[in-house]
Design a protein. Structure first.
Length: 488
């Protein structure tokens, strides 16, 4: 949590004019997830008979009903000055770090410190360092100056101050809005005749909590790949929400997990200092991934809960270690630990190669993939093919080709046996024939002991591929093989 706290915001007595077209402002901090809870148990009632608590809850309800932010109510009493106290000067932000809970009440002081002249109410905010151009709000407390005369009413302002409109203003600070004096707004720095949220207030909250601004969002699915680029004219982090000052380029993707899933996402580029960010639809508490295995590519490898996510392909304004902040990149997204097997090529040089994904590897435990094994280890080699969507559901064939360092070549047939291969396409034997699935899973070998199989001292390269029945000689396969060696 940042110390000293982020802001002390107050509302004063005098009125102000409004003339601009659109001029909302932000504190530079927001709530992760677009919601927070206030303890509301303010004792007493106004002269008109309405309780202070019900008026405060009504102000919360107005923000919740008309914006994408949600205020929730906890009716347990809580002093907003818990964790705060008088500072050495008796002015400004109180000493202390709060209690990580939001609450509101009347007070003669700001937790032992002076309100200042003509100050009706003060909102205290604490933040924690964040990303994407914003810090994250962690606590807000509202203190109404009990030295003034208060009531609850609508219409022009009177000598007794209207608690409802002041609460509405302070709750705007609590969700991350700053003062606005150029356009008719409840967020004006001085109390006036406005009693409800204005279009500028609603636009401000929408800009802060409706993701992701004017940025285009493309869909990405598990077991797929995207070839794209970050370049001039692309969306920038600052475009995701108004108020950010991060000018780095970003492409935004959305994906849904129907169930809790392991995801393996890689962003690779020879031109970019790659950064991957996973967050929710409101850009809450993002997970940031950078510099995988000491290189400048980025990788996500972890389990995520079922739900909707945004994936941000990002870079640095000023590259930290790598080539630059514009250029081509490749994103691959799978639900297994299998390594990605490079780009896709076709046996027919004139065939159009559209995005599809090949992955595979050799291991002894199904988790850690290696390129060297002893002659006595039991080796499993597995692979996956995600065909281009246009081929899914159509008749087709999958293929497995193995080459040895001594020049011998073999293909795996439908009976599960490796048979010699001449190298001619006409002699290629299918591993499986039938309807092409969205994810073709291939067991190349299982419990292979290299010494017993006569493979000690050999390097093995395994290629997997597929072809639609409509073009049987156009076999799509991985440019990078599954490669491993067996020591003597």
């Amino acid at each position: 949590m940042r110390l000293p706290p982020y802001k002390l915001l107050f509302l004063t007595l005098s009125c102000c004019a409004a003339t601009a077209v659109m001029a909302f402002n932000f504190l530079g901090a927001k709530w992760s997830g677009g919601r927070t809870t206030f303890h509301v148990a303010i004792p007493g009632v106004a002269p008109t008979g309405q309780s202070w608590s019900s008026a405060f809850v009504g102000a919360m309800a107005q923000w919740t009903a008309l914006t994408d932010f949600t205020f929730e109510v906890n009716s347990t009493p809580l002093d907003p000055c818990v964790g705060y106290g008088r500072n050495s000067r008796g002015l400004g932000f109180p000493a202390g770090n709060g209690d990580a809970r939001n609450s509101a009440d009347f007070g003669t002081t700001v937790c032992g410190n002076e309100f200042g002249d003509n100050v009706l109410a003060i909102t205290l905010t604490l933040t924690a360092p964040g990303t994407l151009g914003f810090d994250y709000l962690r606590q807000t407390d509202i203190i109404f100056n009990s030295k003034f005369s208060w009531d609850i009413y609508s219409g022009p302002s009177r000598s007794a101050k209207d608690f409802g409109r002041v609460a509405l203003h302070e709750l705007g600070h609590a969700l991350g809005l700053a003062h606005e004096n150029q356009l008719a707004s409840i967020m004006a720095s001085s109390v006036g005749d406005i009693t409800t949220l204005q279009p500028d207030d609603l636009a401000a909250a929408s800009s802060l909590y409706t993701a992701p601004g004017n940025c285009y969002i493309a869909a990405i699915k598990l077991n797929s790949r995207v070839d794209d680029a970050l370049q001039s004219g692309d969306c920038r982090i600052m475009d995701l929400y108004g108020g950010s000052d991060d000018t780095s380029y970003v492409d935004v993707y959305k994906f849904r997990l129907e169930q809790d899933s392991y995801v393996n996402i890689q962003m690779q580029s020879t031109a970019l200092d790659s950064v991957l960010i996973i967050t929710d639809a409101s850009l809450g508490d993002p997970l940031i991934f950078d510099d995988f295995n000491g290189a400048c590519d980025a990788r996500v490898a972890q389990s995520l809960r079922a739900g909707d996510y945004l994936l941000l392909a990002n870079t640095y304004v000023v590259p930290e270690k790598c080539a630059g902040n514009v250029g081509n990149y490749l994103i691959t997204m799978t639900d297994s630990t299998l390594p990605i097997l490079g780009a896709v090529i076709n046996t027919n040089a004139s065939a159009q190669v559209t995005p599809m994904l090949f992955s595979g590897g050799a291991s002894v435990d199904g988790v850690n993939y290696r390129s060297s094994f002893s002659a006595q280890e039991l080796i499993d080699v597995k692979a996956q093919i995600a065909p281009v969507p246009a081929h899914v559901g159509l008749p087709g064939s999958t293929y497995v080709l193995a080459t040895l360092s001594n020049g011998a070549q073999y293909v795996k047939n439908s009976a599960g046996s490796f048979v010699p291969f001449s190298g001619r396409l006409a002699d290629m034997v299918a591993y499986r024939q039938g309807t092409l699935a969205a994810l073709e899973k291939i067991t190349v070998v299982e419990d292979l002991k290299g010494g017993s199989a006569g493979l000690a001292g050999q390097e093995i390269r395994v290629y997997v591929g597929y072809a639609p029945a409509s073009a049987p000689n156009d076999i799509y396969y991985s440019s990078v093989p599954i490669r491993f060696s067996i020591t003597r």
